[in-house]
Design a protein around this ligand. Sequence first.
Ligand code: HSE
Length: 309
Amino acid sequence: MEKSIKVFAPATIANVACGFDILGLALTNPGDEVIIKKKASKGITIINQTPYSQIPENPLKNTAGVALQAFLDKTEHDCGFEITISKKIKPGSGIGSSAASSAAAVFGANELLGQPFTKKELIQFAMEGEKAACGSPHADNVAPAMIGGFVLVRSYKPLDIIPLAYPEELYCTIIHPQIELKTEDARRILKRSIQLQDAVKQWGNIAGLVAGLFQKDYELIGRSLEDVIIEPIRSQLIPGYEEVKAAALENGALGCSISGSGPSMFSFSKDKATAEKLAKIKQDIFSNFEIETISYVSKINPEGTVAIG
Ligand code: HSE
């Protein structure tokens, strides 16, 4: 019999300034909505229900299709799946668009097959979707998209995902300048080696950020949101970056940096009013550069990918 499930998978902020490829958090909004239908005949079919976005409908090229195939390869089944994707997270935005669809597809199929895997185990399959999207199976979007919260990828081989404690009252402001930046391109321009003195600074900031989150020490969180390795290179791809960051810090942001591989930028604040004020300020600055924006204010989403409706 055909069964289906509707799934919500959230946008995510990867890297969180200092933690390239190892830190990420889930947002409450936006998120992709995906319907996964179990079919009697084998094979994966993709249906795109996103009006503004062309996403591949070939399952071998679609991130959700690739992730689902990786899941099916490790599962005993004699069925197929139809995935209907309604994207609310724009591809190339820097807030985990491909990760959300991948997480949703494998989560939904896992539910329909009676949960052969835990949510944490599903992350490895969603990572294959990331690999298809940008050539690198990084987990700092898919892990928080799947399990929610603030997540550390302590190790890739073996995969070791550590949920972190974080203060309840931490607000994220995301501003998405309407320029598309492909993760693949934003990774290609990075240096292959780094100076020891920069590595030392970055390690200190990562540890400081994690300690600040656990201790609910907002000042420590703020001063640890510093990235001396990736930001100097990628920020050059975002017109107005320095101006937006300076204005955010002057107006109450704990810290401000690039979300994932950009072009979205994020900042943290202690309260909603500041977070909303920052959205407006950032929007105004980008408009001085004649760049339209979409902004989101969100707490950290503790649940990750869930069945809805
Ligand atoms: N860690 C990845 C990167 C995240 O920065 O390339 C991409 O969203």
